[in-house]
Design a protein around this ligand. Sequence first.
Ligand SMILES: [Cu+2]
Length: 72
Amino acid sequence: MTQQLALKVEGMTCGHCKAAVENALRQLSGVVAAEVDLGKKTVTVNYDPAQVSVEQMKEAIAEEGYDVVGEA
Ligand SMILES: [Cu+2]
């Protein structure tokens, strides 16, 4: 069973940022899909909560240099 979650992320400005955040999330096992919306400053993630935690996703985004400011 997968769940969907949207996180608000500060600092994403261009296609490079979009790709960096999406790829960081997709590399986590348990993440099925990740899609950034630059206009809304969100990333929508489809994931298996048995395999990956929201905390791990936030850490992966932070490691790329972006701040998760909350859930959208
Ligand atoms: Cu950028």
